[in-house]
Design a protein around this ligand. Structure first.
Ligand SMILES: [Zn+2]
Length: 280
C-alpha cells in the first residue's frame, strides 16, 4: 500500500496566454475579447513528479509564430521565453527527466505543446482522445497540432475509460476525473493537498463559471450531452466540503488562486465555490 495520502507540493507554472472572443468559451455569448492562460500544473508526489497538461510548444517561446504560424496572430499568443516549460521545471530544481508521469486533459494544441519534453514519462489520457486527434471532426480540426500528435506517439499512454475515475497512486492523492464531452476523452484532476483540502482542476470541461452554474457548454464541444454531464459532475464536486474548483482557462480563477505565487499550498486557503453555486 502506498504511504502517501496527499500530494507533497503543487505549482501552477507561469502560463502563456491566448486572446479569444468570449463566444469561444461559452455558447450564447460573444463580442468581447478575453485573454486566457494556457496552464501547466506540476505536482510532486512521493512517487515522483507529475505534470498535468503541457501548455504551448517550446518552439514558440519568445516567437509564437515559429510554432503556430498564422494562428499565433489569430490567437494573439503571448509566450515569453522565460515561460518555457523545461526552464520553469529547472528553476524549481528539477529536470524534465524527473517528470515520471504526464496526465493530458485532451489533445487540443494549447495543452499538448510540451509533450515532446516527456517521451520517457508514463502517460495518462482519456480513452479515444489520441485516435480522435488523428482524425478529428471538422468542428475542431484546427485545434490539433501535427508536431504534438507526433510527440504524443512517443509516449506510452494508459487510457482512462469514459465514465471511470482513476486513483493514480492508489492512495487517494491524485484522481483522474473522466469529464468527457468537450473532446472524446477530456480528463480533469482531483488533488488531495497536504492539509487534506481538495483541489479540482477542470481543464476544458469548463471554461467559465457560468458554464458550470448554468450547464451550458462551448461551441467546440464534440458531445453536448456528455459535456453537460461533465459540468454537472464539476458542480457536484464543488459541493464537497473543503473543495476548490479551478477552471484552467478562467482568467479570474488564475488571478485569484495564484495570488500567493505559483506554488499552491492549500486548497483550503483558496476561496471555496461550494457556498455560492447557483441552483438549476
Ligand atoms: Zn484549452
Amino acid at each position: 500500500m502506498a504511504a502517501s495520502k496527499s500530494v507533497r507540493r503543487v505549482w501552477a507554472l507561469d502560463a502563456p496566454t491566448l486572446t479569444v472572443d468570449c463566444g469561444i468559451l461559452m455558447l450564447g455569448t460573444g463580442g468581447e475579447q478575453e485573454t486566457i492562460p494556457s496552464p501547466t500544473f506540476l505536482i510532486e508526489h512521493d512517487e515522483g513528479l507529475l505534470v498535468f497538461d503541457s501548455g504551448l510548444a517550446t518552439l514558440g517561446a519568445g516567437d509564437p509564430a515559429a510554432a503556430y504560424g498564422e494562428m499565433a496572430a489569430a490567437f494573439r499568443i503571448e509566450f515569453p521565453e522565460a515561460y518555457r516549460l523545461d526552464r520553469q521545471i529547472e528553476a524549481l530544481g528539477y529536470t524534465v527527466r524527473d517528470v515520471r508521469r504526464i496526465v493530458l486533459s485532451h489533445m487540443h494544441f494549447d495543452h499538448t505543446g510540451g509533450l515532446d519534453l516527456f517521451p520517457h514519462a508514463q502517460g495518462f489520457i482519456g480513452a479515444g482522445e489520441l485516435r480522435y486527434a488523428r482524425t478529428p471532426s471538422n468542428l475542431d480540426a484546427a485545434f490539433f497540432r501535427e508536431d504534438d500528435i507526433a510527440a504524443a506517439q512517443r509516449i506510452a499512454w494508459n487510457e482512462v475509460p469514459a465514465g471511470y475515475d482513476h486513483d493514480l497512486f492508489g492512495d487517494g492523492s491524485v484522481t483522474l476525473l473522466s469529464l468527457h464531452g468537450h473532446t472524446p476523452g477530456t480528463l480533469g484532476l482531483k488533488l488531495r493537498m497536504p492539509d487534506e483540502s481538495t483541489l479540482v482542476l477542470t481543464s476544458d470541461a469548463a471554461h467559465k463559471w457560468d458554464n458550470i452554474d448554468l450547464t451550458i457548454g462551448m461551441p467546440f464541444d464534440v458531445d453536448r450531452p456528455n459535456k453537460n454531464s461533465a459540468l454537472q459532475k464539476i458542480k457536484l464536486l464543488a459541493t464537497q466540503p473543503g473543495t476548490t474548483i479551478w477552471i484552467s482557462h478562467d482568467p479570474s480563477d488564475w488571478a485569484e488562486l495564484r495570488a500567493g505565487g505559483s506554488e499552491i499550498t492549500s486548497a483550503a486557503t483558496l476561496r471555496s465555490r461550494s457556498k455560492d453555486s447557483v441552483p438549476a
